[in-house]
Design a protein around this ligand. Structure first.
Ligand code: ATP
Ligand code: MG
Length: 438
């Protein structure tokens, strides 16, 4: 079923308009781009307890969830003794406090017992360019200077297995409601759409609400196949099959639609879900996951593994309690990640008493990323039309808020005014010359 039948005249559409001029965007410098590390074995040999602690902390990170990490003490000499007896893993991390010559000779001894294909990362305590070059010459993959943070370590390891310049960033952004019906899917779809239009980057909306999902309806599509086929046999999913199962909605946005039929049973396994999202991530720069309001092992896994999380809550007590439980659990399990984003939706609903954004902020220790007002007319008509708010009413306040959320989630910001061409820019070379002459 598509919504052509409902079609209401488009009042305020500005299709083809550039939402934010692409040239006016810049990436936030603080954005960490570490990607998941594959299913490899990593063994570390540390000298200091603090470095061992950093490795332990990194081990608990979502990006290392698939790798098998073991941490030992004793540094390079313990590693040499160990690998004389046992085969080497995919990656060895050695911490050493030895001076340059001794360090190099220990590493030469280690190289003698290293199997082909084993990578070595060294954590040293001296900032020495000559040493760095010598290490690279010997085939060491990376030299890090202590102290390192868990995130620095994760980023370096990630760069060994993903090329940060060429591989797609493959960000997974998970959207969940603190309660059912609070507008989480609407937020997911509108934000994903804004992301695709602003960045001109491919975005996939993966609808994991298999029985009741609204992605097809919201984008006015009625695909025959979609995400359920992928989840049924995830091991078969590759780039070609993915292409067949996606439904293209605009130049840069495709949906991985839910079947929304009730004569099937849907049992999603956490592993299948993980595999499917991994394939999508490897092929598309941004994946917006529309999660249903349920609590299952696979929902938990998606949330723990996502790059960003948006929790949508309506401003009442049950939403506040649920949002707090979610935020606390996520904080505990994602120690190296930034906090989840809280979006308060349907604020200022007429005649309904509500908990203010300020009170939410105090109780949850999180400033809401956006507070979207209740606007039944705009949301209702856009939804019945199978359109995004931006397409239906570009001047609506919520359209701007979805654009802002899209920028926040993709770590972009609009460049500051002075960087844009000002009337003075054309005089800049002359002004420079004048300055030189003085
Ligand atoms: N700010 C808003 N003002 C008015 N209506 C809204 C607003 N946000 C969403 N809605 C409407 O609320 C309804 C529920 O939205 P949606 O399906 O996105 O919620 P959900 O949290 O995904 O629900 P579910 O728990 O069923 O997955 C939709 O009809 C949507 O158009
Ligand atoms: Mg939903």
């Amino acid at each position: 079923m598509t919504k052509q039948a409902f079609s209401v005249a488009q009042e305020d559409a500005q299709v083809g308009r550039e939402l934010v001029p692409a040239g006016a965007l810049e990436e936030m410098p603080t954005h960490v781009k570490a990607r998941p590390i594959p299913r490899i074995s990593i063994q570390a040999f540390c000298e200091n307890a603090s470095t061992a602690g950093v490795l332990q902390a990194a081990t608990g990170d979502r990006r290392l969830a698939k790798s098998h990490v073991s941490v030992h003490m004793g540094g390079a000499s313990a590693a040499v003794a160990h690998y004389h007896e046992s085969p080497t893993p995919n990656l060895i991390v050695i911490e050493t406090t030895l001076p340059r010559t001794q360090m190099l000779s220990e590493l030469d001894r280690l190289a003698e017992c290293c199997d082909a294909g084993t990578k070595v990362v060294v954590i040293g305590h001296t900032n020495d360019v000559v040493l760095y070059r010598e290490l690279l010459k010997r085939g060491v993959s990376e030299y890090l200077i202590a102290p390192v943070t868990p995130l620095q370590l994760i980023e370096s390891l990630s760069n060994l297995y993903n090329n940060p310049d060429t591989d797609p960033v493959g960000n997974v952004i998970a959207f969940i409601g603190a309660k059912g019906g609070v507008g989480s899917s609407t937020v997911c779809h509108n934000t994903a759409w804004a992301m695709s239009e602003i960045l001109k980057s491919n975005v996939v909306v993966a609808d994991l609400d298999l029985a009741f999902g609204t992605t097809g309806l919201d984008f006015n599509q009625d695909p025959v196949q979609g995400i359920a086929e992928a989840l049924q046999s995830p091991e078969r999913l590759d780039e070609v099959l993915l292409d067949r199962l996606l439904t293209k909605c605009s130049e840069h946005l495709s949906i991985f639609a839910a079947p929304v039929v009730l004569d099937r049973d849907y049992e999603i396994s956490a592993d299948a879900c993980d595999l499917v999202l991994e394939v999508v991530r490897q092929n598309v720069p941004y994946v917006a996951v529309d999660l249903p309001h349920t609590w299952t092992p696979w929902v938990k896994r998606v949330l723990f593994q996502a790059d960003e999380i948006v929790i949508t809550a309506a401003p009442d007590l049950a939403n506040l309690r649920n949002a707090k439980n979610l935020i606390d659990l996520l904080k505990l399990n994602r120690a190296n990640d930034g906090p989840s984003h809280l979006l308060i939706n349907m604020a200022k609903t007429p005649k309904r008493p509500e908990i203010s954004a300020k009170e939410f902020a105090v109780a949850l220790d999180i400033t809401p990323t956006q507070v979207i007002d209740f606007d039944s007319e705009t949301f209702g008509l856009a939804s019945n039309n199978g359109q995004m708010i931006e397409e239906f009413a570009a001047k609506a306040k919520s359209a701007q808020q979805f654009r802002e959320l899209a920028l926040t989630l993709t770590h972009r910001r609009e460049q500051k005014e002075e960087k844009k061409s000002s009337p003075l820019t054309s005089f800049a070379p002359f002004l420079e010359k004048l300055k030189l002459k003085r």
